[in-house]
Design a protein around this ligand. Structure first.
Ligand SMILES: Nc1ncnc2c1ncn2[C@@H]1O[C@H](COP(=O)(O)OP(=O)(O)OP(=O)(O)O)[C@@H](O)[C@H]1O
Ligand SMILES: [Mg+2]
Length: 230
């Protein structure tokens, strides 16, 4: 589902070019669940954006479901994201001018689903937010906004779901509910899961655990170092 070869990410800062990611090479199989853990600032969100085609690599190659993200322009990547990818942002990224249900419906409407509204209602119910469907993001708590963002990522039943700390703002009961939904989708429709989390229990529920350290990725499941360099 994902195959990367020596991907790196550099950004320009006032102090010159900064390398955020060391060369990273790894594979994720169709239907796998993978947790990425590591300290704040180690590069987890940066890696997730590259894998999902939200940002461009500075070097190296990424195949997402067989398609070469590193050669595609933003338009082509947007098409691929629309067809195959769900993404739960660490900062939610809800559209502030749309209500909760409108935010959830948006990807389904873009994809042309006739039953977008019914689907959105159903998923909002599953994340426990039916009673907040017509609230705008600024009228929702952090955890409620996170659950709207999760519902929006679920609506298209994506082939692959990237989730950046999906339970970071939730209490224990809601975290359990969201975890169940994530793994149910993984089991029922074979959605590949790539999660960034600081929650050790959630990381352990995934089949594999990878650790980011200073922009380098290692597989902690087998304690083997994943290619850092050539
Ligand atoms: N556009 C940018 N310009 C400069 N530095 C950046 C940029 N994007 C990310 N960084 C830096 O790269 C590093 C990795 O950032 P990233 O957001 O990927 O970390 P993270 O592992 O997701 O951290 P957290 O657990 O706090 O979310 C950080 O030190 C960050 O300051
Ligand atoms: Mg992050």
């Amino acid at each position: 589902m994902i195959s990367t070869r020596n991907i790196i990410k550099n950004v320009m800062t006032s102090e010159g070019e900064l390398q955020i990611l060391q060369p990273i090479s790894f594979e994720v199989k169709d239907g796998e669940s993978v947790a990425i853990v590591g300290a704040s600032g180690s590069g987890k969100s940066t890696l997730l954006s590259l894998l999902a085609g939200l940002d461009e690599v500075s070097g190296g190659e990424i195949l997402l479901d067989g398609e070469p993200l590193h050669t595609m322009d933003e338009e082509a990547r947007a098409r691929l994201r629309g067809e195959k990818v769900g993404f739960i942002f660490q900062s939610f990224m809800l559209v502030q001018s749309l209500t909760a249900i409108e935010n959830v419906m948006l990807p389904a409407e873009i994809a042309g689903y006739k039953d977008a509204k019914a689907r959105a209602q159903d998923i909002l119910e599953q994340v426990g937010l039916s009673h907040r469907a017509h609230h705008y993001p600024n009228q929702l708590s952090g955890g409620e906004q996170q659950r709207v963002a999760i519902a929006r990522a679920f609506i298209g039943q994506p082939k692959i779901l990237f989730a950046d700390e999906p339970t970071g703002n939730l209490d224990a009961a809601n975290s359990d509910k969201i975890e169940q939904l994530l793994f149910q989708m993984n089991k029922d429709i074979g959605t590949t899961l790539v999660l960034v989390t600081h929650d050790n229990a959630l990381a352990q529920r995934c089949q594999r655990q990878l650790t980011m350290l200073g922009g380098a990725l290692t597989e902690t499941t087998t304690a083997s170092v994943i290619a850092q360099g050539a």
